[in-house]
Design a protein around this ligand. Structure first.
Ligand code: NAI
Length: 258
């Protein structure tokens, strides 16, 4: 289904990124992996080591990537236990810089998929911060966190709120070239950072997880990302697919008392 397509996957060394590389490769794509850590699996056709918290490293990465790319899966991310400024740099700023810098290297019809989270679903409550973040650069992140009191786990929630809002905002940005952007929002997924979520959010996550029969595995999420890379997903633009076993609809109904 993806024969002839060259797709960049960030966060390819672990968890959802590693499984996405495997899935895309199985579907026939040529996978260009990106991570700050060299993967131990062999599912990337080429691999580029890059720290996505560093704008100069992103520039070097963009220079090294080929033209004619058919897709980008922005999956690299830091958990809420990481320092807030780093979380915003990797999960939002680095992702934004990489994506915007690659537009000229995309073939027409390319698909951009951002890995968001259920943590971002309340984005509409943070419109002031989201608006302000549009103009924030790498050197302004500490001041932004101070100004909007973004500390601890809030950095993770805000990074995902911004990502969903940014995906919606870009529903038609590259419409003339048929380049589309969508995001996928999982609930808890069994990867090395799940323990960080539980450590930071504690009872809240455990309470939410009790309503589920199980957590997701990367194999539950990667096919959704891969689907958005196929031509069959061409009418998805600015969509947020919640891949969460029903958790978000349950929470939405519970909030309404239903
Ligand atoms: P993971 O820790 O297994 O994988 C994250 C990958 O990102 C790692 O390979 C890591 O080296 C890479 N990475 C981190 N910082 C980087 C940097 N500065 N430069 C380059 N690469 C960097 O975690 P997982 O769970 O696979 O996470 C993937 C995405 O899924 C993240 O964006 C995360 O926020 C999101 N997500 C995860 C959930 C979960 O419960 N595991 C739930 C919802 C969303």
């Amino acid at each position: 289904m993806l024969e002839g397509k060259t797709i960049v996957v960030t966060g390819v060394a672990s968890g959802i990124g590693a499984e996405t590389a495997r899935t895309l490769r199985t579907m026939g794509a040529s996978v260009v992996g990106v991570d700050r850590v060299t993967p131990t699996h062999g599912d990337c056709h080429t691999f580029h080591e890059a720290d996505l918290s560093d704008p100069r490293a992103i520039d070097r990465l963009v220079d090294a990537l080929p033209s004619g790319l058919n897709g980008l899966c922005n999956i690299a991310g830091l958990p809420p236990t990481a320092p807030p400024a780093f979380v915003l740099k990797v999960n939002a700023l680095g992702l934004r810089q990489l994506t915007l810098s690659l537009i000229h290297k995309f073939a027409n019809g390319a698909s951009i998929v951002n890995l968001a989270s259920l943590a971002g679903l309340d984005w509409a409550k943070s419109l002031t911060e989201i608006e302000a973040f549009h103009d924030v650069g790498f050197d302004d992140v500490d001041a932004f966190c101070e100004r909007f009191d973004i500390h601890g786990a809030r950095s993770y929630f805000f990074s995902k709120e911004y990502l969903i809002a940014w995906t919606y905002a870009n529903r038609w940005t590259w419409r003339a070239r048929n380049i589309r952007m969508n995001c996928v929002s999982p609930g808890p997924v069994e990867t090395p950072i799940l323990k960080d979520f539980i450590a930071t959010l504690g009872a809240r996550v455990e309470e939410d997880m009790k309503i589920m029969d199980r957590s997701a595995t990367p194999a539950d999420i990667a096919p959704v990302v891969a689907f958005l890379q196929t031509d069959g997903a061409r009418w998805f633009r600015g969509a947020n697919l919640t891949a969460d076993g029903g958790m978000s609809s349950h929470i939405a109904l519970a909030r309404l008392g239903l």
